[in-house]
Design a protein around this ligand. Structure first.
Ligand code: CTP
Length: 380
């Protein structure tokens, strides 16, 4: 459909960026990014006529369009453009330009290749900046030395791609990364964009190695203002593949003092679920520092999110307590409930909750091990 539409519209259309990179690396990829030499918007409208179940969204200011499909997939279509950044970290201003310039404004050589989709040049690789060679030599290399100043999120992207593909940094790119960190380029970045990039890192299979570079390079210190005790222990690499984003995040902050975590929260803009879990983690950790009865502990664990409990159960200080309590809770086989107590003549009110708590604690402490004993103890 893209090829036919390009023919009809008389414009050149290319697949670009991450899709081309991953195709040459033979790794699976989901996003399809097209650029059109000419009007991306007009091309997108023409393409829509061949894709009846697509939904078109156009961003006129940026000259981009997106077609999304009921299965959740989407195509991004842009006009070739040259971006000007009025100040570092700002959103780009867009002007039409040719493909060569469009590719030059991108972050790394490996992301600057295009594949032509027009019939007469179908499948032709356009590689002005040595992207294919850098892929073969496994190098992350910026396209120009203002790349990190134009867009400081690229510092985080560089680390993400390096570890995702197990590449090296080209020397001048590594030097530029260090210079950018030292000269405070990150301060031009908003908390929202920084957080977005960090969470992309936490979603990567290899996020622990990426985290280590974020710490060792001084990038995290530059952003958070001080050295925080991050935990990116590579010994967790295998298990961490099954951890959810929230679990990964909680483990990574697990060696920080409460004050450190609170300070960290000021410099990131987390979604509600991550923020709530981090606060629940802090609260539960504080509570576990104090002496607790089995019953108190059970109530605390029950009202905390599962991932918070799982993350704290990995902390040597609380491991025994938590696993002991969870094991005890597994032995509970309580048949008594509020309704049964009312039938037994207990008046409706706070007393019911108290009795149920008391019976549950008796189960936890091994004072009850059958429903007969339970009935007996409840009658007392
Ligand atoms: N790009 C860039 N600078 C950025 C973000 C993106 O130059 N800060 C360019 C790159 O050419 C990139 C393309 O836009 O390949 C698409 O960006 P995005 O979808 O964010 O990244 P992908 O390269 O597709 O990476 P991923 O596999 O992580 O989606």
């Amino acid at each position: 459909a893209v090829r036919d539409t390009a023919g009809e519209e008389g414009c050149s259309v290319y697949l670009v960026g991450g899709f081309v990179r991953d195709l040459l690396l033979s790794v699976p990829t989901q996003d399809l990014d097209f650029v059109v030499e000419g009007s991306g918007g007009q091309f997108a409208q023409a393409l829509m006529r061949r894709m009846p179940d697509g939904k078109l969204t156009q961003h006129f200011k940026f000259g981009t369009a997106q077609i999304s499909f009921p299965d959740g997939s989407h195509l991004d279509i842009a006009s070739t453009r040259w971006e000007h950044y009025s100040f570092p970290g700002a959103l780009p201003q867009v002007e039409e330009s040719c493909l060569r310039d469009d590719l030059f404004r991108r972050d790394f050589t490996i992301n600057s290749m295009a594949i032509c989709l027009n019939t007469e040049r179908y499948g032709e690789l356009v590689d002005y900046y040595g992207g294919k060679q850098d892929l073969q030599q496994r190098k992350i290399r910026f396209l120009h030395n203002l790349s990190f100043i134009d867009d400081p999120t690229r510092m985080l992207r560089a680390i993400r791609f390096k570890e995702r593909y197990q590449f090296d940094f080209a020397k001048e790119t590594l030097d530029a990364l260090h210079t950018a960190i030292e000269t405070g380029v990150l301060s031009k970045l908003s908390v929202e964009r920084f957080t977005e990039e960090i969470l992309l890192i936490f979603k990567e299979a290899n996020y622990l190695a990426m985290g280590q570079i974020l710490v060792k390079s001084g990038l995290f210190k530059a952003w958070f203002g001080e050295e925080l005790a991050w935990n990116f222990d590579l010994d967790n690499a295998e298990e961490s593949l099954d951890w959810s984003l929230n679990m990964r995040w909680l483990i990574s902050v697990s060696q920080m003092e409460s004050a450190g975590i609170e300070q960290l929260l000021e410099r990131v803009s987390l979604n509600k679920s991550l923020r709530d879990d981090t606060i629940a983690y802090l609260n539960l950790r504080e509570s576990l520092m104090k002496p607790l009865t089995l019953g108190e502990m059970d109530r605390l664990l029950n009202k905390s999110p599962k991932e918070v409990v799982m993350a704290l159960a990995r902390d040597e200080r609380f491991k025994k307590q938590i696993t002991g309590c969870l094991e005890a809770a597994q032995r509970i086989n309580m048949s008594l409930d509020g309704k049964a107590l009312i039938e037994m003549g207990v008046k409706q009110g706070p007393e019911i909750g108290e009795i149920l708590d008391w019976v549950r604690t008796a189960w936890l402490e091994g004072k009850i091990s059958s429903s007969e004993e339970e009935q007996g103890i409840a009658r007392q």
